[in-house]
Design a protein. Sequence first.
Length: 94
Amino acid sequence: MKKLILLGFLCLLYGYNSRAQSTFNIRGKILDAISISPIEEVVVTIENTTFFTKTDFNGDFQIKNIPIGSLVLLITIDGYTSVKIPIALNESKS
């Protein structure tokens, strides 16, 4: 199996605060670990939720409006080893 790497994730996690709740957006780029070429049509899912997307031609993805909490990002495509990344999204108190 080929391996995936995430560039920039470690994607960029960034949040937007509102009065009702805080949400975050996750974006990143998926590359082949050997050739460092972007991979399109990679499925990026947040486990146990309805949040998911696919990478574009440049290997880029973005998932918007994710509520705070602990989650697992699952990255899959046929022919490659799947990757799970635990993430904790917390509201900052500054």
